[in-house]
Write a protein that binds this ligand. Structure first.
Ligand SMILES: Cc1ncc(COP(=O)(O)O)c(C=O)c1O
Length: 461
């Protein structure tokens, strides 16, 4: 079927294909249709300009018109538009990318295996956790611990690990028999009265240990964590949290999977969030900024211990029965390689470190605003928590729709941000400069004032 662009039928299809939204509201309002991009800005069909404060989906690290990525795709398209990585085959871009990634890994890693999305990387990690424990003769060690408010994707396994109710409701998820749920390390919301941040981290680690003991360590296989939780509300872990958690994991011989899908490739001011928080993972999932999201590609890293177990087990089985048609797609891999080259040439990590204080300090100035309860963040990722009464730590009700209203009002002020509950997330392209951060902050300031006026009119504050 061929619909005229912007026809009612074409829009209707766009409504129904749109993810993570309220379908009814979406039908009434229609999607925002973005036509083109330039640097950190995108433009809608009417020509209105927006600063993309979330880099698309936390992902367009190099901005919206990097010609070198277009060229890299074109060159590879002309040379070899497709080849796979099955049955002892590969293509040069996939091999070169795997080698490059291993050289960049935050801890010593042995191999990477490609997929097309973060969800597939996480699903693959889950399969690999199970395969590994079968291979080493511990077939009962299968449960995976994930945290409340975590986001790990939309596949059956990755959504099950995700700790957000909205991703489960009416989907018959999570699959509970192999998923365990640990605390969310958000001190501002979960700390007890009189508890210090470090005491809170100690409590999270003690609760984790109890969870493992209650299940029996012989049944617990892995722990998965985003260094900074993204879609769960940009939650920066409490001080000393990961240090304490890792002691427990080590004690009970539990694998650590770092989900670096958002944090990887410079977002937190280091190449990896694992470096920022001193994580020593056995597996790493990465995607998004791997190709600046110009083409779909994700990569799962595994360490030598896991690889050696796979090697032995798959020899016995005769085959390693896993893979995707588009895994290591040569065009995506070529674009990812070019992306990594640009990161190095332009010292993107250094740039993030230099520019991050402008965003972080700028957003913290909104702590003076009566709607703002907490501002958190590291590098170029931040969350601003809106509160009905910040002095008495009273949140808005979900039915007040403060988050979605803020998102809409921000768009009216030329700013795209993402509201998750009442947390407003910022995660701009890594190439953003100081002037654009200042402009972003100004537009957000005007948005906040408009939200306050609206909240007064609604008698919410
Ligand atoms: C930490 C994390 N893991 C996994 C995913 C899933 O990635 P994708 O949407 O590419 O499937 C996301 C997506 O936002 C994510 O933030």
């Amino acid at each position: 079927m061929n619909f005229a662009p912007n026809s009612a039928e074409a829009r209707d299809i766009a409504y129904h294909l749109h993810g993570q939204t309220n379908i009814k509201v979406h039908e009434e309002q229609g999607p925002m249709i973005i036509e083109r991009g330039n640097g950190v800005r995108v433009y809608d069909e009417a020509g209105a300009e927006y600063i993309e404060g979330l880099a698309g989906l936390w992902s367009v690290s190099l901005g919206f018109n990097e010609p070198r990525l277009v060229e890299a795709a074109k060159r590879q398209m002309e040379k070899l538009p497709y080849y796979h990585t099955f049955a002892h085959k590969a293509s040069s871009p996939a091999i070169d990318l795997a080698e490059k990634l291993i050289s960049l890994a935050p801890v010593r890693m042995s191999k990477v295996i490609f997929q097309n999305s973060g969800s597939e990387a996480v699903d693959t990690a889950v399969k690999f956790v199970w395969y590994y424990h079968n291979a080493i003769g511990k077939p009962d060690k299968k449960k995976i611990i994930a945290r409340k408010n975590a986001y790990h994707g939309s596949g059956i396994a990755s959504a099950s690990l995700t700790g957000l109710e909205r991703m489960h409701q009416a989907f018959d998820l999570p699959i509970t028999d192999r998923v365990l749920r640990a605390d969310c390390p958000h001190f501002y919301k979960c700390g007890l009265d009189g508890e210090t941040e470090e005491e809170f981290a100690t409590r999270c680690a003690a609760n984790l240990e109890k969870l493992i003991q209650d299940e029996g360590a012989e049944n617990v296989a892995a722990f998965i964590a985003e260094p900074i939780m993204g879609a769960g509300g940009v939650i920066v872990p409490a001080v000393t949290y990961f240090e304490k958690i890792q002691v427990v994991l080590k004690k009970y011989d539990i694998l650590l999977i770092a989900d670096e899908v958002i944090c990887g490739f410079g977002r937190t001011g280091n190449m990896w969030g694992s470096q920022t928080f001193n994580l020593k993972p056995d597996m790493i999932t990465s995607a998004k900024a791997l190709s600046s999201s110009y083409l779909p590609i994700s990569a799962l890293f595994i360490n030598e211990k896991i690889y050696q177990a796979f090697r032995k087990k798959s020899s016995e089985a005769g085959v390693f029965g896993h893979g995707y048609t588009y895994a290591g797609h040569p065009v995506s891999a070529a674009v990812a390689l070019e992306t990594l080259k640009i990161y190095e040439e332009r010292d993107i990590v250094g740039h993030v470190r230099r520019i991050a204080p402008v965003l972080q300090t700028g957003l913290r100035q909104f702590l003076d605003h009566d709607l703002v309860g907490e501002v958190r963040g590291v590098g170029l990722i931040s969350g601003v928590e809106l509160m009905a009464n910040r002095d008495q730590a009273v949140s808005f009700k979900a039915s007040d729709q403060v988050g979605p209203t803020t998102q809409t009002l921000a768009q009216k002020h030329g700013l795209i941000i993402r509201a998750m509950g009442d947390t407003i997330a910022f995660c701009p392209p890594l190439v953003i400069n100081e002037d654009d951060i200042c402009e972003l902050l100004q537009r957000f300031g005007k948005t906040l004032d408009a939200v306050r006026d609206w909240a007064h009119r609604q008698s919410l504050i």
